[in-house]
Write a new protein. Structure first.
Lengths: 217, 472
């Protein structure tokens, strides 16, 4: 359809109207928090959309996770042994038999049925966080593919408090996103939800029904 | 394609349907309140609106270059780019991709452009099943109805109506009008479809020229499903959706969900820049971006009307429109209803076809006031009212002058002549006051709900003169 391309571009270039482009960009002041304030803001926003946030110190998070897995009665927990959390997770459950942890190294296509119907929950790291809107930022990787945070009914994400930015604008600018966009970048702000029936909020439509976040300070 | 609007009939019917009126009133009141609460700082709102308008206006000012840049970046990233001048061409492209993969099922995320293309209808004629996966769109597909709102497509339906529909279509699932149960049922039904579908389709909220990135805003996760699970992803967009830089995205993302539903952000913001890379374990192997013109390059020619193309489809203008709130989305008879529909659709289909929509406004100004990209909708409505009756054939708008009524034109000509001629003016005033009892009691639709106006016995001029004012 290169003919269509030529025609569209020709029409646009020929018809280009003259209107004054705005001179200088309007400045929109960005919100600012100190470190504890940032975590509070992140937590408040996340909790307002029914995500569960647990703030803990580094040594404690594996135990916290173990109690969460029991509490939620997860049949199993999908994880990436070679991902950033892999080592810690394997250690945490090394003594238990059977362990709830499961991993799959093949491409997702090979075990799609299992992923869709037999996984209770998945755990991934979050690359960054955004305080203003209470968002997790994921750049899914080979180890932790994007369907981990999408298909299982429970998603547990582990976020380092130091990686929380005040705003999305700060993150995009300071991490030079324009030079290195991954296949898929995601902002996740709560469990999946809808208000399509009578504007009434209902959680857990097509994505995770529960989102649990462990923030490590 | 678009039919000539039998707008009055449909509006009349909607006005006499108490269920529609209460469903819309309830929903619009809720949406207006939520928007208001999400912008506690008016100064921030004003700046954000200015910034967002600048971003969109700048992108339009450089549209042809940016489209070429977008195409080049996408190609470098491995995304296949297609161009379509018309909805027919766009449909053929989608069909071509489906056929190449021998695909018989298309699973769809929410896309107003695919509604504009009437893609479902087209593919179904070619033996391909299309399945809507956004809950609202899915409900409407079950009901066989078009969306009535661009953000909340099934807003015209009550919970009980949805429950009844599910009961008819899925007699095995126990009846429930509980929203959580209905939602969970839809989840279970659609899960297998995401798993099976060979091709997924989505819309596009912003396409970033700088990086060749497709951005999608959504809450349900069905958009992520459609763009992650099937081996092929097709994204369809109007050519106007491009923005220049990645740094243009955060301000737009900040204002869009707040304007639309009052949420501080949607659950998912999904940025796609390439198909699955060799070492990756999921994601589609093929990503296609389809750029649709369908009349947009025509709107582009007019320095004032081009503002129509800034729209980021938040729906705030319809939520705040006193006309939309009363007649609902279906009365408009177009893909996009409400104030934005009333300026966009007549320009696309031609004023001779849909020019009447430009009159479906009280010009109260609410739409222009809430629009996150500051489209001066009331001014554009006025401009189109002029375009639909102008006769000099100098404007670029399609169907210009197509709704000129010779009688109306003569009346206005006479009016201006009388007002330009003092003698005649005085004479006509004397006649109007003197013969006021001749005015009939019934004046068409006006008097069906009102009493007929009656000229005063003495004109203001006469009264003023009697009081001793004399400006001459
Ligand atoms: S015209 Fe403005 S208010 Fe209406 S949908 Fe578009 S962006 Fe939103």
């Amino acid at each position: 359809m290169s003919e269509a391309r030529t025609n569209i571009l020709r029409r646009l270039s020929a018809g280009k109207p003259h209107f004054a482009a705005p001179a200088a960009a309007t400045r929109v002041p960005l919100a600012r928090w100190d470190v504890p304030g940032r975590i509070d803001q992140f937590r408040n926003k996340m909790e307002s959309v029914r995500a569960e946030v647990h703030v803990t110190v580094r040594d404690r998070w594996p135990d916290l996770l173990k109690s969460l897995v029991t509490e939620k009665q997860l049949s199993n927990l999908l994880y990436a042994p070679n991902g950033p959390l892999g080592e810690t997770l394997s250690q945490a459950w090394r003594k238990e038999d059977p362990s709830p942890l499961i991993c799959r190294n093949e491409a997702v296509d090979e075990w799609k049925e299992e992923l869709f119907f037999n996984i209770g929950g998945a755990i991934t790291a979050a690359r960054w966080g955004i305080a203003e809107t209470g968002s997790l930022v994921l750049w899914p990787t080979t180890e932790e593919p994007r369907s981990f945070s999408l298909v299982p009914p429970v998603h547990i994400a582990v976020l380092e408090a130091k990686d929380i930015y005040d705003t999305f604008a700060d993150l995009v600018e300071q991490q030079n996103w324009h030079l290195c966009m991954p296949t898929n970048a995601l902002l996740i702000s709560g469990p999946s939800k809808t208000a399509d029936i009578e504007q009434t909020l209902a959680y857990g439509v097509h994505g995770p029904i529960e989102l649990i976040i462990i923030v490590i300070t | 394609m678009q039919q000539k609007v039998e707008f009055h009939d449909r509006a009349g019917k909607a006005l006499h349907n108490p269920q529609i009126r209460s469903n819309f009133r309830y929903a619009m009141d809720g949406l207006m309140l939520k928007r208001l609460r999400s912008f506690p700082d008016l100064d921030e709102l004003n700046r954000l609106r200015l910034r967002s308008a600048e971003i969109r206006a700048n992108a339009l000012a450089r549209l042809p270059e940016l489209l070429e840049q977008l195409e080049a970046r996408c190609r470098e990233n491995g995304i296949q780019v297609h161009w379509a001048e018309t909805a027919e061409q766009a449909n053929e492209i989608v069909l071509g991709i489906m056929n190449r993969h021998g695909a018989k099922l298309l699973i769809k995320g929410k896309s107003m452009v695919s509604e504009e293309m009437e893609l479902n209808h087209y593919l179904e004629q070619h033996g391909i099943e299309c399945l809507e996966s956004d809950l609202g769109e899915y409900i409407l597909q079950l009901a066989g109805e078009p969306p009535s709102h661009i953000v909340a497509p099934a807003i015209h339906k009550s919970r009980q109506q949805v429950a009844q529909l599910f009961k008819e279509k899925f007699p095995d699932i126990p009846y429930s009008d509980d929203v959580d149960t209905l939602t969970r049922n839809a989840r279970d039904i659609l899960r297998r479809k995401f798993y099976e579908a060979p091709v997924g389709l989505s819309g596009v909220n912003f396409a970033v020229a700088e990086t060749g990135t497709i951005c999608l805003v959504e809450n349900e996760g069905n958009g992520r499903m459609c763009t992650t699970i099937p081996p092929v992803h097709i994204a369809v967009t109007g050519i106007e959706k491009v923005v220049e830089k990645l740094s243009d995205v955060p301000p737009l993302l900040s204002i869009l969900p707040r304007s639309a539903t009052g949420q501080h952000i949607t659950t998912y913001f999904n940025m796609i820049s390439s198909p699955r890379k060799p070492d990756e374990k999921d994601g589609p192997d093929e990503v296609h971006l389809l750029l649709l013109d369908n009349g947009r390059s025509h709107i582009y020619k007019d320095a004032e009307l081009i503002a129509t193309l800034r729209c980021i489809r938040c729906g705030a203008c319809m939520n705040h429109c006193p006309v939309y709130a009363r007649i609902g989305g279906h009365a408009y008879g177009t893909t996009i209803p409400g104030p934005i529909g009333s300026i966009l659709e007549p320009q696309k289909a031609g004023l001779d076809q849909l020019g009447e929509l430009a009159t479906a406004s009280t010009l109260c100004g609410a739409c222009g006031e809430v629009c996150p990209v500051r489209i001066p909708i009331p001014e554009l409505l006025n401009r189109l009212r002029f375009e639909r009756v102008r006769q000099d054939h100098t404007g670029a708008t399609r169907g210009q002058g197509g709704q000129r009524d010779p009688w109306e034109a003569r009346i206005w000509k006479a009016w201006s002549w009388v007002h330009a001629n003092p003698m005649l003016y005085r004479l006509s005033m004397r006649m109007a006051t003197g013969l006021r009892w001749l005015l009939p009691n019934r004046l068409g639709p006006w008097t069906s709900v009102r009493t007929a106006p009656r000229p005063a016995a003495k004109s203001l001029h006469t009264l003023a003169r009697e009081k001793g004012f004399d400006h001459e």
